[in-house]
Structures are given as C-alpha cells and as structure tokens.
Design a binder for this molecule. Structure first.
Ligand SMILES: [Zn+2]
Length: 62
C-alpha cells in the first residue's frame, strides 16, 4: 500500500500532500547550506509580490 507523503506548509503551518505542494529551496548566498521547504501554491502566491516573475505554474486549481 502506498503511503501518502505529507509535508508542512511553511507559511500557514498546515499539512498538505507532497504532490500538491510547492518545493522552495532556500540557501544562504556564498554558503553550501541549503534546505527544502514546502508550501501551498495559494500561500506562496499570497506572499509573493505581484512583480516577482514566476516561470512555473503555481496557479491553484482548487
Ligand atoms: Zn499554506
């Protein structure tokens, strides 16, 4: 049986399924350190300024 992987949205703190999430890789400039965090598409859209160019489809279907 396949287990549904869930992650936590970094903006609202609620859990969501990994397949519905946006992966956000964060890293510090001039550092090897990086980390992957997750969010709802709608939460990401809400916090981003309208002028930020997004080349991927983060429009929430729901
Ligand atoms: Zn969220």
């Amino acid at each position: 049986m396949e287990q549904i992987e869930t992650v936590m949205c970094c903006f609202c703190g609620k859990s969501l399924t990994h397949k519905d999430s946006v992966e956000i890789e964060i890293s510090i400039a001039n550092s090897e350190e990086s980390q992957c965090i997750f969010s709802h598409k709608k939460c990401l859209k809400k916090v981003l300024d309208k002028n930020v160019p997004i080349g991927i489809d983060i429009d929430d279907e729901n």
